[in-house]
Design a protein around this ligand. Sequence first.
Ligand SMILES: NC(=O)c1ccc[n+]([C@@H]2O[C@H](COP(=O)([O-])OP(=O)(O)OC[C@H]3O[C@@H](n4cnc5c(N)ncnc54)[C@H](OP(=O)(O)O)[C@@H]3O)[C@@H](O)[C@H]2O)c1
Length: 233
Amino acid sequence: MKKVCVVGVSGKLGQYMVQHALNRGYEVVGVCREKSVPKLDAFKQRITIIPGPTNDAQIIERAVTGCDGVLTVLVPWGANHYSSGTAQAVLDHAQPGARLIFSCGWHITLDGKDVYPRSLKVQEMVGRWIGRLTRVIDLDDQVEACNRIFASDARWTVVRGSDLEEGESQGLPVWSRHVGDPILASNMTRRIDYALFMVAALENDALIHEAPAIVGCLTPSALAHADKSDISA
Ligand SMILES: NC(=O)c1ccc[n+]([C@@H]2O[C@H](COP(=O)([O-])OP(=O)(O)OC[C@H]3O[C@@H](n4cnc5c(N)ncnc54)[C@H](OP(=O)(O)O)[C@@H]3O)[C@@H](O)[C@H]2O)c1
């Protein structure tokens, strides 16, 4: 892996991913909304920034050209299919064979076998209801984005984040295929480690066509079940 693109680079997850990618010696190109470019001042000498909406196919085509990997922050903002437009632009324009890593939440399911705690179901229902009412977020569009990714032949991984918190890195999160698996019960990951998992996935072919649900490696459920899991990142 030599050159990677971070789509949605100005957010918290995006900036952590930039740091991890630079630490690995990758050349980094980032895409973010024009008004958010100043958020990246700390990196401006070390990365190339392409300002523009992440669902703009021309912007994405420019940004991903020559990239071996693309890290995409999928966010369900607005009512204009921002998530699915972003995913589609990356799927359409990434170079053949590139590793494509996407972020989303536990509410996304690859095979329908996830078992959600009642609290998460309620949270999602409220999110959907508020989203429809305010048109500020569109969870269904993030679902549509992921369905398009799952249907694609590209070398994708969809990383499903638990609840997130700030704090110093604890190391690479552990993962499992299904929400409801005991190892995930703590439902908490440091955002910096979510980013670490996304960047590490670029070079982990075992994660191709997987939708790992992740949890912090030092959480109680991870510590209690890690040795019993047949899956580790
Ligand atoms: N937050 C959580 O608890 C949580 C839990 C599980 C999974 N996740 C997943 O983690 C990823 C990152 O989420 P995050 O909450 O940590 O946020 P984040 O990293 O701060 O990223 C938010 C992104 O949304 C963009 N954005 C904000 N308002 C926007 C708007 N009106 N129109 C277009 N783009 C807008 C931001 O761009 P600007 O810099 O331009 O504003 C930024 O790229 C997402 O894929 C999310 O599904 C989050």
